[in-house]
Ligand binder design. Structure first.
Ligand SMILES: N[C@@H](CCC(=O)N[C@@H](CS)C(=O)NCC(=O)O)C(=O)O
Length: 230
């Protein structure tokens, strides 16, 4: 979501990708603050803004970064029509009803897309960080109930989208945006779906993308033009 907000700010930027085991060293030596109070302390995304007339700005945590970009580069906001508060309330609902049930499904399956040092670091750090071993998160006997939790969560979000769309004065193709550009909550939900598509259980995204009349699959297709990262 941060790259999307950067694109819309029209400020030149470059992206550096970090491997899991390098995140802490690289960010701490660059002067980026930690986002967690226990190990692993450092997270991406983070930004260093060197364009400010004063000293460079170092930030981590996606919402902190978005708030900074909104304030510093207010053109083409992702909180359109003064919708910041409502977008943040959608964000909370999305975290509660989508991110939370996705965690036990995607975290253990992430090992499928990692290799080498990343895989080694990931396996070594998750149990202490999450308090549950990877193999105990999505075992066969829990899968049906975890799928049901995710479906129920998306029932809630689908109802929320219906209400949001019902309150709009103008038609918009986006789930949460009242105008022609996607908004913060569209990007938050889209980012979660991209995570689930890449790191979720095999074939999982095919299933989710068709739920609720295919509106989740449509969201990712509509966000495609906004997904390039420089
Ligand atoms: N609250 C943070 C969470 C970011 C986060 O969890 N990032 C993950 C990658 S998507 C990370 O850097 N993980 C490093 C680790 O767990 O070792 C945000 O919104 O930016």
């Amino acid at each position: 979501m941060v790259p999307k907000r950067l694109e819309s700010s029209e400020v030149p930027y470059t992206t550096r990708w970090l491997s899991y085991p390098d995140i802490a060293d690289k960010l701490s030596s660059a002067g980026v603050p930690p986002t967690r109070t226990e190990k692993p302390f450092y997270t991406v995304p983070s930004i260093i803004d060197q364009s400010s007339a004063k000293s460079p700005v170092h930030l981590a945590d996606s919402l902190v970064i978005v708030n900074y970009l909104e304030k510093t580069y207010p053109s083409r906001t992702i909180f359109p029509c003064g919708s910041r508060d409502i977008q943040l309330s959608y964000n909370e609902a999305i975290h509660k009803h989508v991110y939370t049930p996705m965690i036990p499904m995607a975290v253990p399956n992430t090992v499928r897309i990692l290799d080498g040092r990343d895989l080694e670091f990931y396996r070594a750090t998750r149990k202490d960080f999450l308090g549950v071993a990877l193999e105990d998160m999505f075992p066969v006997h829990k899968q049906a109930s975890l799928w049901r939790d995710l479906q129920k969560g998306l029932d809630e979000i689908s109802a929320l989208v219906d209400r949001a769309q019902g309150q709009r004065k103008c038609a918009s193709r986006w789930l949460f945006s009242p105008n022609e550009c996607p908004s913060y909550a569209d990007f938050v939900l889209g980012s979660m779906f991209i995570w689930f598509k890449m790191a979720g259980p095999e074939g999982g995204w095919d299933r989710v993308s068709r739920w609720h009349g295919g509106r989740w699959g449509r969201l990712l297709r509509e966000l495609q033009p906004y997904s390039q990262v420089r």
